[in-house]
Design a protein around this ligand. Structure first.
Ligand SMILES: NC(=O)c1ccc[n+]([C@@H]2O[C@H](COP(=O)([O-])OP(=O)(O)OC[C@H]3O[C@@H](n4cnc5c(N)ncnc54)[C@H](O)[C@@H]3O)[C@@H](O)[C@H]2O)c1
Length: 300
């Protein structure tokens, strides 16, 4: 089975590539290396084909030849950048998805990485299930949702088999602390360098933190099912609680600085796990404290 992972040189994508190789897939990666890094794929060098190109390219035909399943993870993932450059964000996330779908009409299956933290907007109830209205409050949320709609459209019009996975806040090894998405990576990095932890707002805003290994597991399970699935833990954790867990794991009392809140970020979110559990048989295995302990132990 030949799988293409777009965004495969990125944080989640590189973990997925490793898992697919373990499962016996032939794996190709398409990545423009805008935030992806070659080192992320150093463990699989020589075992994958790496296409350094954009999902916006007109020449995806060559890349897609023989591909049976596409895991589409390539995206502009920075919420701040989506506010500053909404047209660029739309181009990569929505047009890029459409371009891939259009040139990949012959693929058997399409798995789309969406964002549970962005497409629902400010939740009307918690935990948020897949039937919750989608009212994004950032350009990033709007462009990821537009990508979902095109995937569904190709299912409807051309019979494409697809799964849309709305990931919660993913954390784990290889997450870039220089980015702005991964608060856990940023906090551990700053703590390691003796710097204060910066919290935007009161720290009472909540997220659903899910370990990357669990996300990869769920993504593989989605190969056998179709539909829209939240992929999270169902547990709501505030930034202040997160800091307490980090303190417990590391034994370091961090210096915490509170800064004004940022726009485009929801106050609370936590994803219902019921459908993923019932249909995919997926349940997150790694608890937050255990995940953070793994990261803290990982050198570098
Ligand atoms: N990290 C999270 O918490 C999270 C949560 C929800 C959803 N997601 C989704 O998961 C996917 C992967 O996110 P990540 O956290 O691994 O981010 P990442 O930035 O590490 O990975 C994205 C990858 O896409 C590549 N890319 C960007 N623009 C491209 C383009 N035009 N053409 C080809 N490649 C391009 C980047 O170089 C990078 O390797 C994204 O679709 C994101 O929206 C992530």
């Amino acid at each position: 089975m030949v799988a293409l992972v777009t965004g495969g040189a990125g944080f989640i994508g590189s973990h997925l590539v490793e898992a697919l190789l373990r499962e016996g897939y032939s794996v190709a990666v398409l990545d423009d290396m805008s935030t992806g890094r070659r080192e992320n794929l150093s463990g699989v060098e020589g075992r994958i084909v790496l296409h350094r190109m954009s999902v916006l390219s007109r020449d995806l035909g060559q890349v897609l030849r023989d591909v049976e399943v596409v895991f589409h993870l390539a995206a502009q993932v920075n919420v701040r950048r989506s506010v500053e450059e909404p047209a660029y964000d739309l181009k990569v996330n929505a047009l890029g998805t459409l371009n891939l779908l259009e040139q990949g009409r012959d693929v058997e299956r399409f798995i789309y990485a969406s964002s549970g933290g962005a497409v629902y907007g400010e939740p009307r109830y918690l935990p948020v299930d897949e039937e919750h209205p989608t009212d994004p409050i950032s350009p990033y949320g709007a462009s990821k949702l537009a990508g979902e709609k095109y995937v569904q459209l190709y299912g409807y019009n051309y019979g494409l088999k697809y799964a849309i996975l709305r990931y919660a806040n993913v954390y784990g090894e290889r997450q870039d602390p220089r980015g702005e998405a991964g608060v856990i990576a940023i906090f551990l990095d700053r703590l390691g360098r003796g710097l204060p932890l910066e919290v935007f707002g009161t720290g009472e805003q909540t997220r659903d933190y899910v370990y990357v290994g669990d996300v990869v597991l769920a993504t593989l399970r989605a190969l056998k099912q179709e539909g829209v699935f939240n992929i999270g833990t169902g547990t709501e954790t505030s930034v202040n609680q997160l800091i307490e867990v980090i303190q417990r794991v590391t034994g370091i009392v961090p210096d915490v600085r509170y800064l004004p809140p940022r726009s485009g970020e929801v106050k609370r979110i936590c994803l219902s796990t019921t459908r993923a559990q019932d249909v995919l048989g997926f349940r997150a295995r790694v608890a937050l404290q255990e995940g953070i302990a793994r990261l803290w132990r990982t050198p570098g």
